[in-house]
Design a protein around this ligand. Structure first.
Ligand SMILES: C[S@@+](CC[C@H](N)C(=O)[O-])C[C@H]1O[C@@H](n2cnc3c(N)ncnc32)[C@H](O)[C@@H]1O
Length: 220
């Protein structure tokens, strides 16, 4: 009998509307999920509570619409989007992160959905967004999941919409983590790149100096 993803992570079934796909029990995927789940037992280093200037700059000029935050973590960027008048849905595969994000929205007096789900699963099949945001999620996906993510993104992003992504760059070819020029070219197959910025990771705490990329794609 397939094991439900929700049952494996924690028992959230009663409060979840979305069903999760059964996971493929591969070592790397379990290791990746364990990594994120364990990180959220404390406060992960990326959970700075501050939205990056690249997102703030986009929001200063963009007309508010609907946004999907992929790998939303504890919801910092959902709040920033809501502060700018956007409607939001956040997705994360770690239930502690999802619960913290929901609490953050509630405490701020905002309405918004935060879903426990896999961005590379069959999620939100009928939803379309003006902005899809990914800060640090895509770069940890394995190849097959990246393909599904691309399919989902094609479905989710409205014509005229924007895909804003921040990702670590892949330094070693045989290591799974990181984004490559090939990944960016693949986004370019159905989106128009507006800009790309390659630089060392920056965070309020200084970051770890890791090579990273910000890019903005629009659906024309
Ligand atoms: C580096 S953290 C960034 C979190 C948040 N975007 C932020 O800026 O604070 C990446 C997030 O992506 C989530 N994540 C990774 N793979 C995922 C997947 N396949 N589906 C949903 N969430 C995922 C992790 O649980 C984690 O919360």
């Amino acid at each position: 009998m397939p094991i439900e993803y929700n049952d494996m992570v924690c028992s959230l079934t009663a409060i979840e509307r979305e069903r999760m796909p059964a996971p493929m029990f591969k070592f790397k995927q379990i290791r990746r999920m364990l990594f994120f789940n364990l990180r959220y037992l404390g406060r992960p280093r990326w959970d700075t509570g501050v939205s990056p200037p690249e997102l703030e700059a986009f929001l200063e000029t963009a007309k508010p619409g609907s946004a999907l935050d992929l790998g939303c973590g504890t919801g910092t960027n959902l709040i920033t989007l809501l502060d700018h008048g956007w409607t939001v849905i956040g997705v994360d595969e770690v239930c502690i992160a999802v619960l913290r994000a929901r609490r953050k929205l509630r405490k701020a007096g905002y309405r918004g959905r935060v879903i426990l789900g896999n961005v590379a699963g069959d999620l939100l099949p009928d939803k379309h967004f003006d902005l899809v945001l990914d800060i640090g999620c895509y770069h940890s996906l394995h190849e097959k999941a990246r393909k599904k993510y691309h399919q989902n993104l094609r479905r989710w992003l409205n014509v005229g919409g924007t895909f804003l992504i921040y990702a670590h760059r892949k330094n070693t070819p045989d290591v799974g983590h990181g984004i490559t020029e090939t990944d960016l070219t693949r986004f370019g197959e159905f989106l128009k790149m507006q800009w790309q910025k390659n630089e060392a990771e920056k965070r309020p705490d200084g970051g770890c100096g890791r090579a990273a990329t910000w890019a903005r794609f629009d659906r024309v």
